[in-house]
Design a binder for this molecule. Sequence first.
Ligand code: ZN
Length: 487
Amino acid sequence: MMRRLLIKNAEVNGAAASDVRVAEGVVREIGCLSRQSGEPMISANGGALLPGLHDHHIHLMSTAAAQDSVPCGPPKVHTKNQLIEILQRHSKSSTNWLRGIGYHESIAGNIDRNWLDGFVPHQPVRIQHASGRLWVLNSVAMELLTGSFPAGVEIENGQPTGRIYDSDQWLREHYTHAPPDISGLSDDLCSCGITGVTDMTPENNDDTVDQFMKKVAAGELQQRIHIAGGADMSYPFSSPFVGVGPLKVHLHEHDLPDFDDLVESINQVHRRQRPAAMHCVTQTELVFALSAFQEAGTIPGDRIEHASVTSDDCLQQISQLRLTVVTQPNFVRERGDRYLREVPQSDHPLLYRCASFLNAGIRLAGGTDAPFGEVDPWALMAAAVERKTQKGRSLSPHEALTPEEALHLFMGSAEKPGIARRIHPGARADLCLLSTPWQVARDTLCRENVRMTIIDGEIVYSDKAEEITKAASQCRQPIPIRAPALS
Ligand SMILES: [Zn+2]
């Protein structure tokens, strides 16, 4: 059966009382349309129908891992018995890791593998200390570690205790584990109207692409995904739901790469028309990245991630180099009070600028940077408009965006962040329906305004459960890219 849907009485591209027909994953018609026999129909009641939101900077696997983690310390857990109870409640006969966070020795002392084995003997467990510097593993987990132990693996009487200090990188490389289940996160994104994401994890490689292909095929990931990552990724690569994005370079102010090497990496990917994205959270990192782009030259799609601190000079250079900036104004709210405390006052006007980028003609896109920021794109938009910290203090209010500009942060495509998509015949049916017209929604930017989310012509979220036509068990198989028009 042809997948069809008629959306009646929506606000489309600002025009009220428009009807939209969707078939085979594509917008077919917009206008005053009558229902065809057997065609499923949604009454939008005047709500705004938007292109589906695209989060341009997120880390899906680590967000899912963080959401899956069991709290092992305050404020949820204060006593040994509470810890045992929560571990036993979350443990299952599974080879998936049980990951705990926030442990503190005030709860049950200096726990080790034997202690954990007593309560979770069969499933690999790792519990992170609140300091972030220590993991405690049970015996099943220790057995999964391959290779020889670094100094951080504590040994007593010739046996590892299960306590591993300051060895995150080694742990990541040496334990074999299944990637986390991201279905819950994907549902959460659907309920925010997000139909596509760009995963900006610098370690991403061709294996990551395979993992995401499988997750899409299994229906575990419903969004389209664009995957940035290492220089050796196969590029170009594109399937209807999975694409490979820019080279991601993670600059660290205290450990900057050799300048000529960086320029050469940019040149290498540019020769394949693959853009580069540079992580810049300090002014030094930004100056370094801009010098490298200046030297290598730029191609469309080159971008600066974060641009957390941007001087006027850098802003001019970003404009001249025609770079896109992918910003996180959600940090103004989430971290603003700390910024105001810790960042020198003279730099406050340079933090997470937004309006100045647009005024300089720079393409500006948004990404929540979850799990470092919160998953909700609407909270980011509200923060971009309000420029208020959690405690209600203002941070460079002159950098505020209008609600329309804030929405546009998520309206770009994966390939063209910062350039708003429109709904038109032939466009992918990746859509976000709000419960009210935009003129109402713009005054309260929040995820509760999302009434329905449609990806590839299928309803993947509805605040009215009966409208979900997709069977929960239905799997999406990889399929060839369709022609844009009906034949
Ligand atoms: Zn990031």
